[in-house]
Ligand binder design. Structure first.
Ligand SMILES: [Zn+2]
Ligand SMILES: [Zn+2]
Length: 267
C-alpha cells in the first residue's frame, strides 16, 4: 500500500481539499471554541440539509433508483449534497455502485477488510483510482447532471466561505467545521458499518449509536439492512430503527412529490 500522504494519480486536489478543511476546522475550534447560537444553528441546519441531500438524493434516488422525486426537488437535493462536500453526483454514484458490485472483495474500493479502518474511512477518497463514470452511471454522465460536475468547485468554494458573511466565527463554523463533521459522519458508513468480523462473509452491520451522531446521513447507520435489500428506499426496517431519510421520503410521497418508492424485500 502506498504511504498515507501520497495521493493517487489525479487525486492531488482531493488530498489538498481534505488537508485544507481539517487545518481550517482545527484552527476554528481553537479560535472560537464556543460559537454563538445563530452560527451553530445555521451550521447544523446546513449539515442536516446536506445529509438529506446525500442519503435521499445521491444514495436512495440516484445510486439505487429506489425512489423518484419531483425534478426540482431532485436538483435541490443534489445541490445540498454537493454543498455538504459529497462531490458531484456522477462520481458519488460511480464509487457507490462499484462498492456494491464488489463488496468485501479485494476490488471493493473502500473495504476495511482489505485496507484497514483508515483506508475505508478516508484514504480511499484520495488514494484509489477514480471509478469509471461511463461504466457505472452512464445516465448521470450526460444531460443536466453534467452541469453539476462543472458546478462542483464553485459550490464547494461557496460552501467553505459563505459563513464569512457572519464574521470569522461564521467562516470557520459554517464552513470548514461543518464540512469536516459531515465528512467524517459519512465516512463512518464506509468504515464503521463495515467492521463485522464474523464469518458470514458480509462485513456490513447496523450501528445503532451512530444514528444520533450522524446528522448528516439520516438512516445510513442501518447499513446491514441496506446491503441485505439494496433496492429499498427504507433503511430502518423497524419502528425503533430511526430513519429520518425514510420519513422524509414518505412525506414527499404523501404530497405526490415522490413516486415509485421501493420497500425492503422483507415487507
Ligand atoms: Zn447503497
Ligand atoms: Zn456498504
Amino acid at each position: 500500500m502506498m504511504p498515507f500522504w501520497k495521493p493517487a494519480k489525479g487525486k492531488t486536489g482531493v488530498l489538498l481539499y481534505l488537508a485544507l478543511i481539517h487545518i481550517l476546522a482545527v484552527t476554528g475550534v481553537v479560535l472560537f471554541p464556543s460559537p454563538s447560537l445563530p452560527v451553530l444553528g445555521l451550521s447544523l441546519l446546513l449539515a442536516c440539509l446536506g445529509g438529506l441531500g446525500t442519503t435521499i438524493g445521491y444514495h436512495r434516488m440516484l445510486a439505487h433508483r429506489a425512489v423518484q422525486v419531483n425534478k426540482v426537488i431532485e436538483h435541490v437535493l443534489v445541490f445540498c449534497a454537493m454543498f455538504n462536500g459529497s462531490g458531484n453526483p456522477a462520481s458519488w454514484v460511480a464509487y457507490h455502485r462499484h462498492h456494491h458490485a464488489y463488496t468485501d472483495t479485494p476490488e471493493d474500493i473502500s473495504s476495511p477488510k482489505h485496507g484497514g479502518f483508515w483506508w475505508a474511512h478516508l484514504r480511499w477518497l484520495y488514494q484509489s483510482s477514480p471509478a469509471d463514470r461511463q461504466k457505472w452511471c452512464p445516465e448521470l454522465n450526460r444531460g443536466a447532471h453534467q452541469i453539476w460536475r462543472l458546478a462542483e468547485a464553485p459550490v464547494v468554494l461557496l460552501s467553505l466561505c459563505c459563513g464569512l458573511a457572519l464574521g470569522w466565527e461564521g467562516f470557520f463554523w459554517i464552513g470548514a467545521i461543518r464540512l469536516v463533521y459531515s465528512l467524517h459522519m459519512q465516512c463512518f458508513v464506509n468504515s464503521l458499518t463495515h467492521l463485522d468480523h464474523s464469518d458470514t462473509g458480509d462485513s456490513s452491520r447496523n450501528v445503532w449509536w451512530l444514528g444520533p451522531l450522524q446528522l448528516t446521513a439520516w438512516g445510513e447507520n442501518w447499513h446491514r439492512n441496506h446491503h441485505s435489500s439494496v433496492g429499498s428506499a427504507r433503511l430502518g426496517w423497524h419502528w425503533w430503527q430511526v430513519d429520518i431519510g425514510w420519513y422524509f421520503i414518505r412525506m414527499l410521497e404523501a404530497v405526490g412529490l415522490a413516486t415509485n418508492v421501493r420497500r425492503p424485500r422483507t415487507q
